[in-house]
Write a protein that binds this ligand. Structure first.
Ligand code: PEP
Length: 251
């Protein structure tokens, strides 16, 4: 039975962590579960995408090129990801924005390319502590959303998943409170609703930032939180399963 209007998603972002042993361990652990009411997505490093296949979970890539092919050393195209049965692509993660100079324009081009290929972008946005402390939280998030919205148009947002990841909560153990997450998720939905209420209502908005087995249930139970993008805890099969089950059991 489907419990919520929007089906929750839990996506595990391994970042540059893990190894072949973890691939096997995670696959086996997830396949011992039944996730009827949540879409589980595993985003391992690129080299493991070809070896991970399952009916229990979907595969996601952590990055993509926006180009189709050609002389782009070190890059991977969407058609190559599709050959590995990838369904989701994380775009605009704060680590890519910070360490690989991916600005709003680069992120918009990648979101557009992922949609064009028929895959689902997990489009990440989120503010630094300085932006929040300066009282510019909503202005900043609106500008990150609008940079993509202005390129792809509102109708394309029907196929976009947004991940709200406050930078100060990523990998820090400092999670947003459920109320803070709900406040921002409601803002994001209202911002999209200004252009199309129906699309906003159906759009899945994930929370990311130090989600773990202990806090997932309270964060996910907020009405505008539709699951999570999980970093550190997605490397531990038992913790990741606890988080997935918290989303699976939402009413
Ligand atoms: C992330 O990097 O997307 C993330 C949310 O990391 P963590 O869960 O480790 O904070």
């Amino acid at each position: 039975m489907q419990h919520r209007i929007r089906r929750p998603i839990v996506a595990g972002n391994w970042k540059m962590n893990g190894n072949a042993a973890l691939v096997g361990e995670m696959q086996q652990a997830l396949e011992s579960q039944q996730f009827e009411n949540v879409s589980v997505v595993v985003c391992p490093p690129l080299t493991y995408l070809g070896t991970m296949q399952s009916d229990t979970f979907s595969l996601g890539a952590q990055n993509t090129s926006d180009k189709a092919s050609g002389a782009y050393t070190g890059e991977t195209s969407l058609s190559m990801l599709q050959e590995c049965a990838v369904e989701y692509v994380i775009v605009g993660h704060s680590e890519r924005r910070e360490y690989y100079a991916e600005n709003d324009q680069v992120v918009a081009a990648k979101v557009a390319a992922v949609l064009e290929a028929g895959l689902t972008p997990i489009f990440c946005i989120g503010e630094s502590e300085q932006v929040r402390d300066a009282g510019k939280l909503f202005e900043f998030l609106a500008s990150q959303i609008d940079a993509v919205l202005n390129i792809i148009g509102i109708n394309a947002f029907a196929n976009v998943v947004i991940a709200y990841e406050p930078i100060w909560a990523i990998g820090t153990g400092k999670t947003a409170t459920p109320e803070q997450a709900q406040e921002v998720h409601a803002f994001i939905r209202q911002h999209i609703a200004k252009q199309n209420g129906e699309i906003a209502e159906k759009m899945q908005i994930l929370y990311g930032g130090s989600v773990n087995g202990g806090n997932a249930q309270s964060i996910f139970s907020q009405p505008d939180v539709d699951g999570g993008l999980v970093g550190g805890a997605s490397l531990k099969p038992n913790d990741f399963i606890t988080i997935c089950l918290a989303a699976n059991e939402l009413r």
